[in-house]
Ligand binder design. Structure first.
Ligand SMILES: [Cu+2]
Length: 112
């Protein structure tokens, strides 16, 4: 094999290994939380969930009261995200909010 071919082969190998470490496949979940009421809730929720390792994107739908989360499955999971929400004072699907965390929310965010 000529030197030129060899370096081409090595280059190809390097390019391929880069492709392998490219963006991991993200998982998307939608969590319903009846307690979301205002933009301040949205801030609270984003702050809490973005603090988790592996979370790439959080979108809050104030009208539908849904939270969409995109994350790396190897780094976190739905249950962890739900528990994080309850600790921030918000219901998450069938999991109930932590009552103390709810009490500590700003008055504008106590939507019942
Ligand atoms: Cu609020």
């Amino acid at each position: 094999m000529s030197k030129r071919l060899l370096s081409l082969a090595i280059l190809l190998l390097i390019v391929q290994s880069f492709n392998c470490v490219k963006q991991p496949q993200l998982e998307t979940v939608i969590i319903h939380s009846a307690g979301i009421g205002c933009a301040h809730c949205e801030d609270n929720i984003k702050k809490a969930i973005y603090a988790l390792e592996g979370v790439k994107e959080v979108n809050v739908d104030l009208e539908k009261k849904n939270i969409e989360v995109k994350f790396v499955p190897a780094q976190t999971n739905l249950q962890t995200i739900e528990i994080t929400l309850t600790r921030a004072g918000y219901d998450a699907n069938d999991k109930k909010r932590d009552p103390d965390a709810y009490e500590n929310l700003d008055e504008c965010c106590k939507h019942g």
